[in-house]
Design a protein around this ligand. Structure first.
Ligand code: PLP
Length: 430
């Protein structure tokens, strides 16, 4: 596969854009080679500037549950575009999308739209702090919530102490309001509540952590977070930016039988245009400006084109679509597991619906970030490169998950499994 044009665009980009990219993980730093410049994309297939085609399992990192340039989504956006690209004033699309969100997130009375997942979580945190009048947050090692200052925090300094920032530029005082606990550990959270309970505004978690591998949590664990929040008057925030709208049975909160106070959404909700949202019961949401004192605003919030893409995306996500996603996910699972076994299980598949991850090593996939083998990236970067050469695109990082879209078909899935078999064989020969 030739990537001459891609490589030359990347060299040029390096002069103008930091590392040539506008979001770090696109840079291919943890795998072999340079980023690939896309020219166009349709359905499950992306075409790069050199004319190579790939079956795409990244799908813009989650938003494109119906694949690239779905004709019905494009049509509605185009139709709305004729009436103006941004109003800075209310329009019917906001009501329409809010209704569709509430159908799936039944514990939300009110929704506020923003323009990214980061903004959604950041605003949900401010709302929780404003509503409770408290400052402290609990977050979990291995959960990503966008690049929100107060949530870009790792542990590493022990449980009794506060976390340290994952990035320079975050003030110590900001980090000092964030407590970090490992996932899958009730006692750690109990301890934090025992020490700081009265000051904890919110517990923030991805109920299905999907940004550091796919770290499936036990129901009892999520239920424990709920009861600790209730006991101490803290709010439970579910960050469903990735997991939201991925499951037939509704929110991941519904599926796990645990109801959060505030939910943050992104990705699928905008169908490939910039949308984020957060919502909760009225009592909490009414603390927000213009009804309440907690301020949050956005010039492009509720943008009519973005609302249109979200509306059509959710309308297309009917029962059949979810059944199709599950069917394709199962097809991947039943075919890839014997292949991995044949190769001595160099990695394991973890799958929930249309979300999947190749967990490194032959052990059972872990529920905690610190249990992922530290050499996770070594095999993955070779597998990633091998699959690319055969026309299959996975995320350029061992810790990122894969996405199945309704437009994938049997051939795409089985083709990827076959290619993986070949790649693993080639790696063994080396
Ligand atoms: C992607 C993601 C975010 C950040 O969303 P952006 O739109 O990239 O700002 C936040 N939380 C979770 C769980 C995510 O997966």
């Amino acid at each position: 596969m030739q990537r001459t044009k891609s490589n030359s665009l990347h060299s040029e980009a390096l002069h103008h854009l930091v590392g040539g990219v506008n979001s770090p993980v696109r840079a291919f730093k943890s795998v072999h080679g340079n980023p690939i410049y896309f020219d166009k994309a349709s359905g499950a297939i992306v075409t790069d500037v050199d004319g190579n085609e790939y079956v795409d399992f990244v799908q813009s990192w989650g938003p494109l549950v119906h694949g690239h340039s779905h004709p019905k989504i494009i049509d509605l956006v185009y139709q709305k575009m004729q009436n103006g690209t941004s109003f800075g004033a209310p329009h019917i699309g906001e009501i329409e999308l809010a209704k569709r969100v509430k159908q799936r997130f039944t514990f939300m009375d009110k929704v506020r739209f923003v323009s990214s997942g980061t903004e959604a979580v950041m605003s949900a945190v401010r709302l929780a702090r404003g509503y409770t009048g408290r400052d402290l947050l609990i977050k979990f090692e291995g959960c990503y919530h966008g690049h929100v200052d107060s949530l870009m925090v790792n542990s590493g300094s022990g449980l009794a102490t506060f976390g340290i920032a994952s990035s320079p530029g975050i003030p110590k005082d900001t980090v000092a309001t964030t407590l970090v606990a490992p996932l899958d550990d009730e006692e750690a959270v109990e301890f934090l509540f025992k020490e700081h309970g009265e000051d904890i505004a919110a517990v923030v978690i991805e109920p299905l952590p999907a940004n550091n591998g796919l770290l499936v949590q036990r129901h009892e664990y999520l239920a424990k977070l709920r009861s600790l929040c209730d006991e101490h008057g803290s709010l439970l925030i579910f960050d469903e930016v990735i997991s939201g709208f991925r499951f037939k049975d509704g929110s991941y909160g519904d599926m796990s039988g645990v109801t959060p106070d505030i939910t943050a959404l992104g990705k699928v909700i905008g169908g490939g245009l910039p949308v984020g949202a957060y919502g909760a019961r009225s009592e909490i949401m009414e603390s927000l400006s213009p009804l309440g004192p907690v301020y949050q605003a956005g010039t492009l919030s509720g943008n009519p084109l973005a609302m249109a893409a979200g509306i059509m995306t959710l309308d297309l996500l009917d029962e059949q679509a979810y059944d199709r996603l599950e069917e394709l996910g199962q097809l991947l699972q039943v075919n890839v597991e014997p292949i991995l076994e044949k190769h001595g299980n160099p990695m394991r598949l973890v799958r929930r619906g249309s979300l999947f991850w190749f967990s490194p090593g032959s052990d059972n996939p872990p529920p905690r970030a610190d249990q992922i083998p530290s050499n996770a990236g070594v095999l993955y970067s070779d597998v990633h490169k091998g699959l690319l050469e055969k026309g299959y695109m996975l995320a350029p990082s061992a810790y990122e998950i894969g996405f199945i879209a309704t437009v994938h078909d049997e051939e795409h899935i089985l083709g990827m499994v076959h290619a993986l078999d070949e790649v693993l064989t080639e790696l063994e020969v080396k």
